[in-house]
Design a protein around this ligand. Sequence first.
Ligand code: 13P
Length: 324
Amino acid sequence: MNTREMFAKAIKGGYAIPAFNFNNMEQLQAIIKAAAETKSPVILQVSKGARNYANQTLLRYMAQGAVEYAKELGWEHPQICLHLDHGDSFELCKSCVDFGFSSVMIDASSLPYEENIALTKKVVDYAHQYDVTVEAELGVLAGVEDEVSAAVSHYTKPEEVVDFATRTGCDSLAISIGTSHGAYKFTPEQCTRDPKTGRLVPPPLAFDVLDAIMEQLPGFPIVLHGSSSVPQEYVDMINQYGGKLPDAVGIPEEQLRKAAKSAVCKINIDSDSRLAFTAAVRKVFAEKPGEFDPRKYCGPARDLMTELYKHKIINVLGSDGKAE
Ligand code: 13P
């Protein structure tokens, strides 16, 4: 299904739909198992990189298979959307629409404003003919690479959102309020340190910008990218078993919980699943160096990811029970 009804219900109900990225079978199994067991609507996201890694035909049929798998698990009416994450050209978006995706993102946020509008509108005009919903992006996600900490100019400008949404006809809008992609969302210089634990404490998200956007566009579906919380137990496990992830830090879950209750109705999570996968695999490798059957380390990785996805659905996004 596309995202239209999912988002309308999520905004009304004060929760957010999980958007989990996948590029392999174990991730997909874990996502579907978690969604089926909690009866949560779910967005399966495929990035350009995932398409290149896993092959687009295979991913498409995996997603189709996932719907059947969900039913086998006892979820009578699965609510699953197949979404292109960060499409960067009309051609890529068109190819996903033609391929049966139910939703696409055109991310032209790095282009000048008018060019962002023109490209987004072109994608919307094409996708809507097939009832495929379109997510667009306005503002640039702050990142560690940016060097500039919390620069206001990187945030979405609330004064632009009405013009952008009206002229493009997009169905949802990804905004920038201080999140970023990856497991290093803030430099140590941008954070403070908890004196007791020595852990980094990140700066808060710009909820004032979110509020201003919601005031301009009441009831319009807002999307948060870069919303992994980088669970410290996975970072610790990775480091304990031979990995090296110093000072990895994400978005605290209570801030995501707060966002989910607002017009933010899609929250993107990818890195947390990568961390869970890696932590579980490293543990098996460290504890059982003689193991060479991939099922013996991918299996535990899948279990840990399932646990993670369920936790996000129930304790962070509040989407459990919304797709009975
Ligand atoms: P994370 O890296 O925080 O998981 O963000 C994923 C994302 O936004 C995909 O578009």
